[in-house]
Design a protein around this ligand. Structure first.
Ligand SMILES: [Zn+2]
Length: 238
């Protein structure tokens, strides 16, 4: 298993490069870019959320709770009074920090359940729904948020998979093949629940087709090509 620092750096590097590329195409704006990097990095830490002793996870959860509460307040800032906003902020923070965190840590007994692809897909898709339906973000932005969270988690699982290969002897360790998990018979009821929730989310998710069309549109990628090289090289190759 890769350690915390490897996960942090790996997820940050991958989501940083990916987000910068997408930002250069103009598909996301400034704040979207920052959020994508942050979400990708958080995603890279999520699968190890089970370690009850890990301070970084608690810190991460604190941060996520702050961000969630902040997002709520920003969303309703025009409609609500100052007092109501303060109450909303506290309630949002408390909900994330205590209720959601409690549910997460309760499930930690089943490490295999959290450290799996379907669980991370639920979190990613859940975030897309939250961003689109609750936070009123644009469709493209919402899909990118979910994908970055999920992508970061996949980086984490891949790193664990890589590190479980014993490089010196090129022999597979016993843990190999368990990191990138889709199903485990021992936890079959948990997995049944996970796939049921995932199916529900897929059903209620915002439309994927328009997002995909926008990403497929050649125009943004042509834009990327223009800004690919420093000006001096650009002139040279012309
Ligand atoms: Zn892990």
């Amino acid at each position: 298993m890769a350690n915390f620092n490897t996960h942090l750096n790996g997820a940050f590097a991958v989501s940083g490069i990916a987000a910068l590329t997408i930002y250069k195409t103009g598909l996301i704006d400034d704040s979207g870019f920052l959020m994508c990097v942050a979400l990708g990095t958080i995603g890279g830490l999520l699968p190890d959320l089970d370690s009850d002793n890990s301070t970084p996870i608690k810190l991460g959860f604190n941060l996520a709770s702050f961000m969630f509460a902040f997002g709520l307040v920003m969303h309703w800032r025009d409609e609500l009074s100052l007092l109501a906003l303060m109450a909303l902020w506290l309630a949002g923070y408390g909900f994330m920090r205590y209720v959601v965190f409690y549910i997460f840590t309760t499930m930690t007994v089943h490490r295999g359940v959290i450290h799996s692809v379907p669980y991370m897909a639920i979190l990613g898709l859940g975030l897309t729904c939250l961003s689109y339906f609750v936070m009123d973000n644009a469709l493209t932005t919402s899909w990118f948020y979910g994908l970055f969270l999920f992508g970061g988690a996949l980086v984490h699982l891949s790193l664990d998979e890589l590190y479980s290969v014993n490089l010196s002897g090129m022999k597979m360790k016993r843990s190999s093949g368990t990191a990138m998990k889709f199903y485990q018979h021992r936890d079959k009821w948990w997995y049944l629940l996970l796939y049921a929730v995932l199916a529900l989310l897929v059903y209620f998710a915002p439309p994927f087709e328009p997002f995909w069309e926008q990403v497929h549109d050649p125009a943004p990628w042509a834009q990327l090509r223009v800004g690919m090289l420093p000006n001096i090289l650009e002139d040279y190759f012309r």
